[in-house]
Design a protein. Sequence first.
Length: 68
Amino acid sequence: MNKFNERLRDLRTENAMSRAELAEKLNVSVRLIAYWEGGQRECDFDTLLNIAETFSVSVDFLLGRTDY
């Protein structure tokens, strides 16, 4: 099961980052971050890689395939 929305929200809050800050860092809209966190949309591959790099986690972790 894809846990991307939960992992993204958790990582963002654990790093004390607002949706606006993350949106600026990823060059996307705040609304798009909210859609991702709400499980209403999925991000593209390049953005997924940027999110993993931003939070120093693996893509597998973001997708819920691993717990580390």
